[in-house]
Design a protein around this ligand. Structure first.
Ligand code: NAD
Length: 512
């Protein structure tokens, strides 16, 4: 277990016994309300946090706008140097920040530390990127003309994030947006504001040490109303929103209404196909980690298993035996595999889903339930459950953010791919097979329709180097690696005439 008081001190979160964002002291002198944040690990209060008002929001926008004026003029590699220093500071604070992620959100300490490592990795990636914001040159059809394209900073980037990756999602967006010359306004999940304040303190320290306007990194703590304000505000050209599909539909509509740009990272309903050619020694741990890791609260959590009929009974037996060995409890104890859900609402949703699954005809393979008693005082610990179900059941079509796994049978690989694709969401997918034809078919244009498609690894645990995101109700956005940076910039095509006459494009004549 950790000493939370010293973690909060090391991260400089508390001032006057309440958590504050640095810099824009939006709480001061306004009607900001204070809310107590409880840990799902032990149910204890961690700290009181000031929540912003509409006036505070306006103030933050102005601070960001003014910071953008100077930040965009700093050469991209110099902006990269600031992000490099942020990565260094995160290395120093990794242990404390990782512990706070674990305690505030409820994921295992190893996953909390892993999340901070992801932040460090994306900083490294962004530093390299700061020298590689390439445009193209094209050959002009006109003589003595030069044509090329370049990328310019976009302006203010609004980041709305979910509770389950309370810090990494911010860094995926912010590190890239900063080297691209943008400034960021972050509205974290109202369920995990403390880790956000910790990140803001770390970023503010780096900015101050370099004499850079603090408004380059803005934080606004609030619930969905603040998110709605941001989505509707035309001063924020890009909204990057991570969360439920319900939220994404609202944000996408609001941003679309004003013809702004949105990057949506929404819910998943991820499946693994277990073929008759699967290596079950790989498949089993891949499935179990994917289904119960982070207590089923990853966007890439394995929610459906599509198993070949010839492997079905054997895999079912192995799966039940593996679930019987799972240890549920304090995520800060590394002997445990499964920690708590984020709060009691999430527990209620888990229970509702189990009731619906039964109603709709699903058969229990591993029974769920809420744990009580010693060590489970927060009321947020639940047992991972498995149901034998059919893909078309309404509950199977829906993402329940909890450790519930639905398993089903298939006969042909075409059927398996159709089942895998037969949900509204399109985030992550995987096939366990040693058969080359099957693997390639799954990855082909007639295969998985998801943004992520894996062979012989599970659905969760993406690397920062690739573009991350999904199709259909997952929202279509891509963040992190590859060329995801382009969404944070505006593209400009430039044509220069260095000749002494004015030939028109398409051979048009216009004689005067
Ligand atoms: P949520 O949708 O309840 O909240 C996410 C964020 O959106 C919060 O900051 C919230 O305040 C804000 N919000 C909610 N309604 C809003 C609105 N109408 N306008 C503006 N902002 C609004 O999600 P959650 O429970 O925090 O997170 C779990 C969900 O996030 C799951 O569906 C999960 O799959 C998804 N998720 C997706 C990804 C991805 O990359 N695809 C990553 C992490 C989480």
């Amino acid at each position: 277990s950790i000493n939370i008081t010293s973690v909060l001190e090391e991260l400089h979160i508390l001032e006057n016994n309440e958590a504050w964002s640095t810099g824009q002291n939006w709480g001061a002198g306004t009607n900001a309300s204070s809310k107590t944040i409880f840990s799902p690990v032990d149910g204890k209060a961690i700290a009181n946090v000031l929540f912003a008002t509409r006036d505070d929001f306006d103030q933050v926008i102005k601070t960001a706008q003014s910071a953008f004026e100077s930040w965009r003029l700093l050469p991209a590699p110099k902006r990269g140097e600031i992000v490099r220093q942020l990565g260094e500071e995160l290395r120093v604070k990794k242990k404390a920040l990782g512990a706070l992620v674990s305690y505030e959100m409820g994921k295992s300490l190893q996953e909390g530390l892993g999340e901070v490592q992801e932040m460090i990795d994306i900083c490294d990636f962004a530093v390299g990127l700061s020298r590689q914001l390439y445009g193209l040159t094209m050959h002009s059809e006109r003589s003595r003309h030069r044509m090329y394209e370049q990328y310019h900073p976009l302006g203010l980037v609004g980041i709305i994030s979910a509770f389950n990756f309370p810090v990494a999602v911010w860094s995926w967006n912010a590190a890239l947006a900063w080297v691209c010359g943008d400034v960021c306004i972050w509205k974290p999940s109202e369920k995990t504001p403390l880790t956000a304040i910790a990140c803001q303190k770390i970023a503010a320290k780096v900015l101050a040490a370099n004499g850079i306007d603090e408004g380059v990194s803005c934080l606004i703590i609030g619930d969905r109303e603040i998110g709605e304000l941001m989505a509707n505000d035309e001063r924020v050209p890009l909204i990057s929103a991570t969360g439920s599909t319900r939220m994404g539909k609202a944000v996408g509509a609001a941003v679309g209404q004003r013809l702004g740009r949105s990057l949506l990272e929404l819910g998943g309903n991820n499946a693994i196909i277990i073929s008759e050619h699967a290596d079950l020694n790989i498949a089993l741990p891949g499935v179990v980690f994917g289904a119960v890791g982070t207590a089923g609260q990853r966007c890439t959590t394995t929610r459906r298993l599509i198993i070949h009929e010839s492997a079905y009974e054997e895999f079912k037996t192995k799966l039940s035996a593996a679930y019987a060995q799972l240890r549920i409890g304090d995520p800060l104890d590394e002997l445990n595999h499964v920690g708590p859900l984020i709060d009691k609402d999430a527990v209620q949703q888990y229970q509702n889903a189990i009731a619906k699954a039964k109603e709709q005809g699903a058969k229990i393979l591993v029974e769920g339930g809420v744990l009580e008693g010693d060590g489970f005082e927060s009321g947020c610990y639940v047992k991972p459950a498995i149901f034998e179900a059919e893909n078309h059941f309404e509950i199977v079509q829906h993402e329940t953010f909890a450790p519930i796994l639905y398993i089903m049978k298939y006969k042909t690989i075409e059927d398996a791919i159709a089942l895998q694709n037969g949900v509204p969401q399109g985030l992550s997918s995987s096939i366990m097979t040693t058969n080359l034809r099957e693997a390639e078919k799954f990855l082909s244009h007639a295969g998985s329709d998801c943004g992520i498609a894996n062979v012989n690894i599970g659905t969760s645990g993406a690397e920062i180097g690739g573009a991350f995101g999904g199709e259909k109700e997952t929202g279509g956005g891509r963040e992190s690696g590859s060329d995801a940076w382009k969404v944070y910039m505006r593209r400009q095509t430039n044509t220069i005439n260095y000749g002494a006459d004015l030939p028109l494009a398409q051979g048009i004549k216009f004689d005067l």
